[in-house]
Design a protein around this ligand. Structure first.
Ligand SMILES: CC(C)(COP(=O)(O)OP(=O)(O)OC[C@H]1O[C@@H](n2cnc3c(N)ncnc32)[C@H](O)[C@@H]1OP(=O)(O)O)[C@@H](O)C(=O)NCCC(=O)NCCS
Length: 196
């Protein structure tokens, strides 16, 4: 991975979207997104406003320190905050079995679902990750039941090997949202798909 002199989260425009870093002004929309029960259906908890505020501060810090931050997704025409999608380095309280790794993740307001928006943003960040950042692999994970998110992973050509599945660390193994599926995409496979 290139460690210096590369802006890891540039502001870019895709066909319908603006992808950019987080700003302080995003807090209200981030809280609204994180407290929507349709969005958090497959999350083990719903963060309070205080937790969102702390999470935003931590994201602002990590995007300065290491450049990765699950970037914001905006509607290009209206400027509306749609959610976030992009690359990040896992920073959970316990180590995941797939670490060290770079993950790709997404979370959008339900009004934006079903239009291929996560895929449009993710395709840019994957191409940026492999071409510019010279990553060898990007992973994604979600709970077994989150078929919407899994479908996005599959449409991106990510590969699921059940041998990689894992119980989320620190979670009661009997919790219905404990088991996670892991999908991987190698640079080699990404380039093969690109070149048909
Ligand atoms: C996951 C998420 C980002 C998907 O974004 P999106 O832009 O709507 O993605 P898409 O437009 O590609 O639509 C999702 C795909 O899942 C399919 N899908 C929807 N519900 C599904 C279900 N219950 N089972 C299987 N597939 C389903 C859709 O048909 C579509 O696939 P298609 O294009 O082949 O028809 C969005 O649903 C979201 O923000 N969910 C809440 C947060 C979340 O769960 N994030 C992931 C945490 S790991």
């Amino acid at each position: 991975m290139i460690e210096t002199l590369v802006e890891k989260c540039p502001r870019v425009e895709t066909e319908r979207l603006v992808l950019r870093k987080w700003e302080e002004r995003d807090l209200d929309e981030y809280i609204r997104l994180s407290s929507d029960p349709r969005v958090t259906e497959y999350y083990r908890s719903t963060p309070s406003s205080e937790v969102c505020e702390a999470a935003l501060q931590s994201t602002l810090k990590s995007q300065e320190e290491n450049g990765f931050c699950f970037p914001v997704v905006e509607d290009k025409q209206s400027g509306a905050f749609l959610g976030f999608c992009g690359l990040s380095i896992p920073d959970y309280s316990d180590l995941l079995p797939c670490e060290p790794c770079v993950e790709i993740g997404w979370q959008l307001f339900p009004e934006a679902w079903g239009k291929g928006i996560a895929g449009e943003a993710a395709r840019f960040w994957l191409s940026f990750g492999f071409d510019t950042l010279q990553l060898d692999e990007v992973v994604a994970f979600t709970v077994v039941q989150n078929h919407r998110s899994r479908r996005v992973m599959e449409k991106l050509g990510m590969v699921h090997d059940p041998a990689d599945d894992f119980d989320f660390p620190g979670t009661d193994p009997k919790h219905p949202l404990c088991r996670n599926v892991l999908y991987r995409l190698s640079k080699k496979r990404f380039l093969e798909q690109l070149n048909g």
